[in-house]
Design a protein around this ligand. Structure first.
Ligand code: GLA
Length: 355
């Protein structure tokens, strides 16, 4: 159902933002490191209009859910909490936000590591920026979206997802230094295209493990006497750490190096090898993979059209990304899903649609 169907009149503003897939640089952003995500074709669209009803009404078309809340009440509905968080971040700027009718529609797959929540936050903030003529740029939008996620959805995330949703596009990779926010769009490896396959495994362990990994990295940085693991200059130093800090730090240090190597404009085969190495490091040193994901990644890696593959996002389930020969991703995806089993599905190129 459309905004008009639900609220009986047209919205004042409509804005959208994409999900993202991360090609290299996993679990590096909260270590002040480097990341290399791209936008995916799927996006979230937020339509809104001020109302006179004395409350916010958020309708999520794809979930067929409706949530009503005031300015001082965090909605119990997880989905509406993201919208509420964005409204509160705008209020924190000293701006008065009128009560709103809000309609959300999205084709970003949820809970698979493609940042459906960042897409919702960025789309909501873009809509609020337009409605209220806010003087905020796309970086500020990403920072506010991250704040909304940390303070109101209670996920202690880095800034990669929100920066990617706000600043990346589908035909480039966004190189981002998460400490300085220095960034640039860089071309995809020549003659290659992306494939994203969902493992069908829910990421139930991801939230608690995420916070544990983050704490382990901070402890490792403290033991090494550096502000963050990004500052480790000699990789040999991490070998002296106790476990599990040694392996956690080794992943972060090696992953940052892989991003910087990829930035030098390597060919698709070399880029694919960096992705394979990244998966091995996430599996063995960072321990955020699970056997089903490893199996899916191995099937992707052994397909003749695939240069390299890895899990993408926080891990423990969700999606894998592969770099394929141009024009061959769709067929490779169908082959691999057939071998993997019915839980798998191709997400990019969009199954059955135009990628
Ligand atoms: C989640 C977080 C990001 C990042 C990734 C792992 O997507 O939101 O900030 O840490 O996990 O790379």
């Amino acid at each position: 159902m459309s905004f008009e169907d639900i609220f009986g009149r047209a919205p004042t503003v409509v804005a959208s933002a994409p999900g993202r897939v991360n090609l290299l640089g996993e679990h590096t952003d909260y270590n002040d490191g480097f990341v290399l995500p791209a936008a995916i074709p799927q996006k979230t669209t937020v339509a809104l209009r001020p109302n006179q009803g004395g409350e916010f009404v958020v309708h999520a078309a794809d979930l067929a859910s409706e949530s009503r809340f005031g300015r001082d009440t965090l909605p119990g509905d997880h989905f509406a909490a993201y919208v509420y968080g964005c409204i509160r971040c705008v209020m924190a700027m000293g701006v008065e936000v009128p009560h709103l009718d809000v309609h959300v529609r999205s084709d970003v797959p949820m809970g698979v590591g493609l940042s459906s929540s960042a897409a919702l936050e960025v789309a909501t903030l873009r809509a609020l920026r337009e409605l209220l003529s806010l003087d905020i740029d796309d970086v500020r939008i990403a920072q506010m979206a991250q704040r909304a996620e940390i303070d109101f959805a209670h996920v202690n995330c880095g800034i990669m997802d929100q920066m990617a949703s706000s600043l990346a596009d589908e035909s480039h990779m966004l190189f981002l230094d998460t400490r300085t926010l220095e960034r640039r769009l860089v071309p995809m490896p020549p003659g290659a295209e992306l494939l994203v396959v969902d493992s069908g495994l829910s990421r139930s362990l991801a939230a608690s493990a995420y916070n544990t990994r983050r704490a382990e990295c901070e402890a490792a940085a403290r033991a090494l006497g550096v502000p963050a693991l990004r500052d480790v200059e000699d990789p040999q130093r991490v070998e002296a750490l106790d476990e599990p800090h040694r392996r956690r730090a080794r992943h972060v240090v090696s992953e940052n190096r892989r991003v910087l190597t990829a930035l030098q404009g390597v060919d698709a085969e070399t880029f694919g090898q960096l992705m394979n190495d990244s998966h091995a490091s996430l599996r063995d040193d960072y321990e955020v993979s699970v056997p089903e994901l490893d199996r899916l990644v191995a099937l992707l890696q052994s397909h003749p059209s695939v240069h390299g593959a890895r899990l993408t996002g926080a891990g423990f389930g969700g999606a894998c990304v592969a770099l394929c020969r141009a024009g061959e991703a769709r067929r490779a995806g169908a082959d691999v899903v057939r071998q993997y089993g019915e839980r798998g599905r191709v997400l990019v190129p969009v199954a059955g649609g135009q990628a």
